[in-house]
Ligand binder design. Structure first.
Ligand SMILES: [Zn+2]
Length: 480
């Protein structure tokens, strides 16, 4: 798969983010983007192992919370799609239509989102109050014919490893509780992914038509652009009305259900890669690293066998403790080259065993994140590896949180909004929540836009546009 004579990656991530990102994906063998269909790529085994690990985490979280996994077809029949008029209007332009047979009849649309596939079935399944709540999720792909330039994992035409939860409830209050639960579940996951996200409330006109509201998750990239990484939508009864999803309650009357949907996808891996990586490549947080340690024996003439034997001993000690590890024993490649290769792939720890280590009964452990080296006695290897993995996980999150915190600046003039964004920051301003004032931000130009409001509304201030008193603060930046 890879030539033995590998290139060494050395790119300043902040100064040349685009180049860094493409190179990091390639060198780490996360994916191959040379597939001859724009906006689609191949998940390579290493990348897919990381993504699988993340999926296992959300599977466990959702299933422990009683949300069950299911799977719906990719093809949405045209009559289902047309049933939901506003949805169809929005997606038919960027949808992949399926035509078959001699007459090239349109059979359906390859799902851009799940609602028109899922909700006609919810209508069949939900009859009485005893069928509620109905709480399902699936992990699948979505297809949108993006006209903007695509970029693997950030903006794709096939959005892969997308999970969506769709729940239906008897009351508005239950639906609200479900929204809170989804947010809590995701908060747990962000920590495991060492990913600082910030939550914003979307203005009403940017939510699904008829929805009560939406919370979106954002991450900040080294390019200073923000990226939506997922959303939790309180749909109210908007879709229930479009798809006629009703239940007979204890009062013997029929009522529309209340619905919630949440979606998050592989985009979050783009954030993990971009936020934690450095000039040598990606850094995989230990919690999701398919391989936590690589052992590189430093071969010395005449001592090869004894060094390799020691490496195998260390490997089996770690394996016994369920720490994923392997030995890079390729003898045609120099140790230094091996270091670069595993660094590019972001394996959290490297263990070196050389003749000098052998003499002293020790091994050397190198952290991928800080490059710090420690020599420890063999007997301490398990303890030390555990401690270092834990430290790396925590320090990646801490560092990234710190970076995010200092990147959000409060400003009170339009001039300062521009200045903040030019300095690769996100601006936060007081805003009266009116559409008229909101649209002014979109008019600043250069791709600058309102992102959503802070969930924290404890501070008073004056709308930056009209001067009206408000507690709402809007984030403004450039987004992917
Ligand atoms: Zn205003």
């Amino acid at each position: 798969m890879k030539e033995l004579n590998i290139k060494i990656m050395d790119i300043d991530k902040k100064a040349n983010f685009s180049e860094w990102y493409d190179e990091a994906l390639k060198e780490s063998e996360i994916l191959d983007s040379r597939y001859n269909s724009k906006g689609m790529f191949i998940w390579l085994p290493y990348g897919f192992k990381i993504m699988r690990r993340i999926k296992e985490m959300w599977d466990k979280l959702f299933q422990d919370a009683g949300i069950q996994e299911c799977y719906f077809p990719q093809l949405v029949p045209i009559e289902y799609a047309e049933q939901n008029k506003s949805w169809w209007e929005g997606f038919k332009e960027e949808g992949y239509l399926m035509v078959t047979g001699k007459n090239k009849e349109v059979q359906g649309i390859i799902r851009p989102t799940g609602e028109p596939a899922i909700y006609p079935m919810y209508k069949l399944w939900i009859r009485t109050f005893s069928d509620l709540p109905l709480r399902l999720y699936q992990t699948t792909s979505s297809f949108r014919y993006e006209s903007k330039s695509t970029r693997p994992l950030i903006r794709d035409r096939e959005i892969t490893m997308w999970h969506e939860i769709h729940t239906a409830h008897a009351t508005k209050e239950e639906a609200e509780k479900e929204v809170d639960l989804h947010i809590k579940l995701w908060d747990k996951l962000w920590d495991k992914l060492a990913l600082p996200v910030w939550k914003v409330r979307k203005p009403q006109w940017e939510c699904f038509a008829g929805a009560v509201g939406a919370i979106e998750y954002y991450t900040l990239f080294p390019s200073a652009r923000v990226m939506e990484t997922g959303s939790v939508n309180n749909l109210g009864q908007a879709y229930a009305k479009e798809f006629d999803i009703k239940f007979k309650d204890t009062d013997e009357k029929e009522h529309f259900v209340w619905q919630v949907c949440t979606g998050v996808g592989a985009r979050l891996l783009a954030a993990i890669i971009s936020i934690h990586g450095d000039r040598k490549g990606i850094i995989v947080p230990p919690e999701i690293a398919p391989t936590k340690c690589v052992i590189v024996p430093i071969m010395f003439k005449g001592k090869e066998q004894i060094i390799l034997k020691k490496a195998k001993e260390i490997e089996s000690m770690l394996k016994k403790e369920n720490i994923s590890v392997f030995i890079d024993s390729r003898d045609e490649i120099a140790a230094g080259r091996k270091f670069y290769e595993w660094e590019a792939k972001g394996i959290p720890l490297r263990i070196e065993i050389g003749p000098r280590d052998l003499e002293k009964n020790q091994i050397t452990i190198v952290r991928r994140d800080s490059n710090e080296k420690v020599a420890i006695n063999e007997s301490k290897v398990i303890e030390k590896v555990r401690e270092l993995l834990d430290n790396i996980q925590k320090s990646l999150l801490k560092e990234a949180e710190h970076e995010l915190k200092k990147s959000i600046v409060d400003v009170i003039t339009f001039h300062d909004i521009k200045k903040a964004i030019k300095n690769k920051k996100v601006a936060r301003v007081f805003w009266c929540k009116s559409r008229d004032c909101y649209d002014i931000f979109g008019g600043i130009g250069d791709g600058i836009e309102g992102i959503g409001t802070d969930l924290d509304e404890k501070t008073n201030g004056k709308c930056i546009v009209c001067g009206k008193e408000t507690k709402a603060r809007l984030f403004i930046g450039k987004s992917y």
